[in-house]
Write a protein that binds this ligand. Structure first.
Ligand SMILES: Nc1ncnc2c1ncn2[C@@H]1O[C@H](COP(=O)(O)OP(=O)(O)OP(=O)(O)O)[C@@H](O)[C@H]1O
Ligand SMILES: [Mg+2]
Length: 312
């Protein structure tokens, strides 16, 4: 489905504070929107609401006709996140982290594994597929998270500072891959502090203290990735149709089940202990879990980012 993602008069309060105030913004399908603003201005909170992890105190977010908030804090299958804290399972390999997200959407294990490797190849890390995530560098983990977010071919891709740990070359490749997602019709929103990322986007929305202070349409697409083709895949890759929505009883999307394993300046949380390793030949993928129900109580917009997949 190619439809815009629209936030209508969103206000969000938590901990007695107003984190977002009267936010009305449209993220168009088929283009990239940069979301900028100082640290603490509300970017992550806005993405959480836009993607249905958090119900706003007032107002709503909708993708086409459908509200993104489903009542549970589970994002819908048409929404994929690349999280600021990555949300990877440290004791699984890079390829398993991506494959889990695909299996959770109903792909057979063999196909999921194949597509996981191809997705890692999009970011130049197919050779790291077998490595445990906890052994990777920050920039490598960030690219695994990107591979997982993009592998599923979702109609809405919300990326929270996806290039913060990358060098210029990798940043340019990531921007080219995000552009490819927009070119196939997806809504792409990128929270960022990086002017080069803003310049590479079509639209620019800026927040300050929870309010939209700039909403610039078009004309801002700049030079950062112009002329740069996406990195050729390192693994043979079939055409990438969107992964079908999972059946109602299937496990929840892994990319929505996130953790604080890398922590961040924002959440400041210690990582939770990893769950026990799973053998690669296990018949079922790890069961990602719903975001923390605290996300529903209006108290903690980041609650959904704090629990690792598979936690009780
Ligand atoms: N559970 C909470 N209760 C109250 N305030 C919170 C909570 N979580 C976050 N905040 C506050 O909400 C504001 C917006 O946070 P948010 O993480 O959305 O900012 P951000 O723009 O993503 O920042 P950064 O660039 O550092 O990632 C901050 O002032 C933060 O301290
Ligand atoms: Mg943030």
């Amino acid at each position: 489905m190619t439809a815009d993602l629209v936030l209508t008069d969103v206000t969000h309060e938590a901990g007695g504070r107003t984190l977002l105030a009267d936010v009305a913004v449209t993220f168009p399908a088929g283009s990239m929107t940069a979301l900028s603003g100082p640290s603490g201005s509300g970017k992550t909170t806005l993405l959480s609401i836009a993607g249905g992890l958090v119900r706003p105190t007032v107002g709503a977010a909708a993708h086409g006709e459908e509200p993104t908030w489903t009542g549970s804090g589970d994002p819908r299958p048409d929404v994929a996140f690349v999280l600021q804290v990555y949300g990877l399972v440290p004791v699984l390999s890079a390829a398993e982290n991506v494959s889990v997200a695909l299996r959770a959407r109903g792909l057979a294990p063999a196909e999921a594994d194949e597509r996981a490797l191809a997705a890692l190849g999009r970011f130049g890390i197919a050779d790291l597929g077998a490595r445990q995530v906890e052994e990777l560098s920050g920039g490598q983990m960030q690219r695994v998270a990107l591979a997982r977010g993009l592998a599923v071919g979702a109609a809405v891709l919300l990326a929270d500072e996806p290039t913060s740990e990358l060098d210029e070359t990798n940043r340019a490749h990531v921007l080219a891959e995000l552009r490819a997602e927009a070119d196939r019709g997806a809504v792409v929103v990128v929270a960022t502090h990086d002017p080069a990322v803003v310049a590479a986007c079509d639209h620019h929305v800026s927040l300050d203290d929870g309010r939209v202070v700039l909403d610039e349409r078009g004309g801002s697409r700049g030079s950062a990735v112009d002329g740069l083709a996406p990195r050729p895949p390192e693994a043979p890759e079939a055409p990438r149709p969107a992964v079908a929505a999972r059946p109602a009883e299937a496990p929840r999307p892994a990319e929505a089940a996130v953790d604080g394993s890398r922590g961040s300046a924002v959440d400041g949380l210690a990582p939770r202990p990893p769950e026990a390793p799973r053998p690669p030949e296990a018949p079922r993928p790890p069961e990602p879990v719903a975001p923390d129900p605290r996300a529903d109580d209006g108290e903690d917009p980041h609650a959904a980012f704090r629990r690792p997949p598979g936690a009780p």
